[in-house]
Write a protein that binds this ligand. Sequence first.
Ligand SMILES: NC(=O)C1=CN([C@@H]2O[C@H](COP(=O)(O)OP(=O)(O)OC[C@H]3O[C@@H](n4cnc5c(N)ncnc54)[C@H](OP(=O)(O)O)[C@@H]3O)[C@@H](O)[C@H]2O)C=CC1
Ligand SMILES: CC(=O)N[C@@H](CCC(=O)OP(=O)(O)O)C(=O)O
Length: 336
Amino acid sequence: MRVAIIGATGYTGGELLRLLAKHEKIEDIEIASRTYKGEPLFKVHPHLREIYKDLTFISPDEVDSDLVFTATPHGASLKIVPSLLERGMKVIDLSGDYRFENLEVYEKYYKVKHPGLPEANIAYGLPELFRKEIKKADLVANPGCFPTGSILLLAPLVKHNLIEERVIIDAKTGVSGAGANPSEVTHFPNVNEDIKPYKVVDHRHKPEIEEKLNKLGKVRVSFTPHLAPITRGILTTAHTFLKENLELEEILKLYREFYKDESFIRVYEEIPKLSYVRGSNYCDIGGFAIDDNLRLVLFSVIDNLVKGASGQAIQNMNIMMGFDEKEGLNIIPLNP
Ligand SMILES: NC(=O)C1=CN([C@@H]2O[C@H](COP(=O)(O)OP(=O)(O)OC[C@H]3O[C@@H](n4cnc5c(N)ncnc54)[C@H](OP(=O)(O)O)[C@@H]3O)[C@@H](O)[C@H]2O)C=CC1
Ligand SMILES: CC(=O)N[C@@H](CCC(=O)OP(=O)(O)O)C(=O)O
């Protein structure tokens, strides 16, 4: 199979290349960039030197593959994706441009005018919940990194109607979530030895989490992200209130049952740590605790560049193409 990556110079593009190098079904890869056309891959991704021989960047409009990963910023994907679909290519878009069914919500949070959804089978690419739709899709909207950790963390409780409508999600993210372009916010002295809340009530992942969880049950989401002095990883803490008293064992059993057939979800009693999933496609869920106000608190961890982006994109490709879902993703986490 022939795949292309547009935006291959970025962090998620580099991570796609790292993972695709071990994918048995990939015969050929095209890498596209506006700024590095004609340059060899290792100029941008020196860690991939010798792994891909003689691979050079082409221009995005030269791409001609069976499937294209658009690892481009929101707004840019809106301009690139429709013509790829028209030319008969399948697309997995890593931006937020095709994640929303309600385009008014997209426009409100992204401050970008949406031209409308293309005539194509579009699926939200969270395999654990939407595998059937992904199988039939021509265009998969790969989920945001925070939504991946948050939706997987809360789905069993919402689906089984066990919690009150309002939930609070507090998440800490690594700096690679902001992409490869440095900024004042991501400058080392501004991040190091500090933790900074940002977009405390209006982050664009709040409505994404809400729209998708509402397919399972009624829920209203409050979400606050924090930037932490780490490179990779998202730790998500959810505060929920149980409708009735439940034993922790019952909740753990419910989670194990809900995810029993899922290769990339691990459920356990202990509080999960970022290092348990670093570099891998796992989402670990654990640390369940209930206080005397019936607050149930629980945690998830993912690697934002893997399950939160490129690993999940490959999982989606595997489903779309009928490959083994784990192909290319048998990665053992890097602990510590
Ligand atoms: N980083 C993360 O953890 C996650 C990122 N995402 C999403 O994935 C997408 C890629 O993210 P990430 O790799 O971090 O971003 P980067 O900023 O690291 O890379 C994006 C790449 O897109 C290309 N690009 C930028 N603007 C345009 C444009 N107007 N037209 C065509 N190409 C363009 C650039 O390549 P060049 O200049 O060489 O053409 C750039 O290297 C984004 O939409 C992001 O929101 C989603 C989940 C997690
Ligand atoms: C640290 C940091 O800045 N993280 C980014 C994560 C966004 C992302 O990667 O997802 P989208 O594709 O939805 O933009 C943020 O909070 O906006």
